[in-house]
Design a protein around this ligand. Sequence first.
Ligand SMILES: [Zn+2]
Length: 247
Amino acid sequence: MHQPRTISSHILSRFSNIRFGMSTRHGGVSPEPLGMNLSFRVGDDQKHVEENRRRFFGALGLDPHRLAVPLQCHSDHVQIVVGPGEYESCDGLITNTTDLPLVVTVADCLPVVLFEPAKAVLAHVHAGWRGSARKIVEKTIAIMGREFGASPDLMVAYLGPSAGVCCYEVGGEVAEVFSLDEIERRNSEMFLNLKKANVNQLVACGLRRENIEVSNWCTICTPGLFHSYRRDNNQSGRMMSVAMIMP
Ligand SMILES: [Zn+2]
């Protein structure tokens, strides 16, 4: 049996009480092009998805039946959670509960993990262009501060693989809601730098640059490794990013 290939984070691995991983296309049982698809909502066989989840989460030592999963809708709504389940109409979860894996589902959108070690508060956010334009990361950090006393000065952030500025072409109506340094112009085309837009939010909130890790991977131009909705449309599976505070 193939071990699932999993993306890890240097900055999160510094904390022995944090477990983190993001899936790739590899190691699953669904027929290609789905492979390691972890979503029940893309027309994949339920039994395949269950086995894929068992493999991916199992490889990280996590129980696939105890996940906290936001039913994402490209909003800026973030919810504090204390137990497993599916959470309607939100795109980010926050917890200080141990043994509770927070999941984000992606295929080009950006997964952002935030951890404040002194208060042991964890957040996991789904930041596509809509959520980023609505500053979901800034809103999450504000809630972490207000509800848990988390300090941005101590916070670490991991920004995972997502659509990269190399490939993420956008129209004028998207470009105009981002600042100039978040859009790259090449000839008459415009490309969104989703990672930079979110780094800008982190820095504006007071995170130190050395506490921010940004994955270089672009999901669109790395077809051997990642699902991409932009590239494959309704042929695309979904990956999951997961973060948990260890008991
Ligand atoms: Zn690319």
